[in-house]
Write a protein that binds this ligand. Structure first.
Ligand SMILES: [Zn+2]
Length: 284
């Protein structure tokens, strides 16, 4: 009896936290932003955010997609930036932009998908040429994004055009933007075809996936002392590094026999997030 009781105790102590205690479950349940001053807490992949606002589902030059996810919430600076990008794309010949996930209403880890997007400063914008600004809710659930890559991301495919180049460039040139993630073949293509100012290319970082959408990340807003910026990208346009990445896709280096196996990631609990996240969750 005694041994069994001890075993049960140990079992409880070692068991993974119940689903209900995980930060993603709690933040995933929030339906609206907190009625607090807008402020991100923590870092892009470990944090939460107070006072996020909703990107309106429909604007003159943007449409939020996959509305059922309720992830069209961001810091006001991010929401402004997304709208500015939409207006720009409208001026140069697209109807505007289709906008994927920003953050959950109070940020935090998500039940599915992204590791980042936790502090209201990340936005996914589709690379699909957005022409129709009158999609219904159902169409926004069902419309398939279109991939822009071939050869595992080493190259752009025939869907890529000047419009995508201008979309990425507009987002990168904005002083609020810290980084843009997109597949390596797209960065190399933009490096090849940009004939004017190249300084914006520095912010465009090759990354896995990201061939249906680009991911725009803005810097911590001024005065947000609880917000942790990422180190800025290395100096230079980063075009040689992107080409190296492409070369590795085309001719993969042999696997390193001494590489440690990737350790499974532990799910974040509320206690792993900045302490302010407790009040972000409980606030009205
Ligand atoms: Zn993203």
């Amino acid at each position: 009896m005694m041994i069994r009781a001890i075993a049960i105790c140990l079992g409880l102590a070692l068991a993974p936290p119940a689903e209900a205690q995980l930060a993603k479950t709690q933040f995933g349940a929030a339906q609206t932003g907190s009625q607090q001053r807008a402020e991100p807490f923590g870092s892009y992949a470990r944090g939460c955010a107070a006072g996020l606002v909703e990107l309106p589902e429909t604007g003159d030059s943007w449409q939020a997609m996959r509305l059922s996810r309720n992830r069209n919430w961001g810091h006001p600076e991010l929401v402004d930036l997304v709208q500015d990008i939409g207006r720009h794309m409208n001026r140069i010949g697209w109807g505007g932009i289709y906008v994927g996930d920003l953050s959950q209403p109070r940020g935090g880890p998500m039940l599915s998908g992204h590791r980042s997007h936790q502090i209201g400063l990340d936005a996914d914008i589709w690379l699909y040429p957005a022409t129709d600004m009158t999609l219904t809710r159902r169409e926004r659930e069902n419309l398939s994004a279109v991939s822009m890559r071939r050869s595992n991301g080493a190259f752009v495919n025939s869907n890529w055009s000047r419009g995508q180049h201008e979309l990425v460039k507009k987002a990168a040139q904005d002083p609020r933007t810290a980084r843009i993630f997109i597949f390596p073949g797209a960065k190399v293509e933009m490096c090849r075809t940009e004939t004017g100012d190249r300084s914006w290319l520095r912010k465009v970082r090759p990354w896995y996936g990201h061939h249906y959408h680009m991911h725009v990340r803005i810097s911590c807003p001024r005065g947000a002392s609880g917000c942790l910026n990422q180190d800025p990208p290395p100096p230079g346009d980063g075009c040689a590094e992107a080409q190296d990445w492409v070369n590795n896709i085309l001719n993969p280096p042999p696997p390193d026999p001494n590489a440690a196996p990737a350790r499974p990631r532990r799910e974040l609990q509320l206690a792993d997030l900045p302490t302010q996240c407790v009040s972000v969750l409980s606030s009205r």
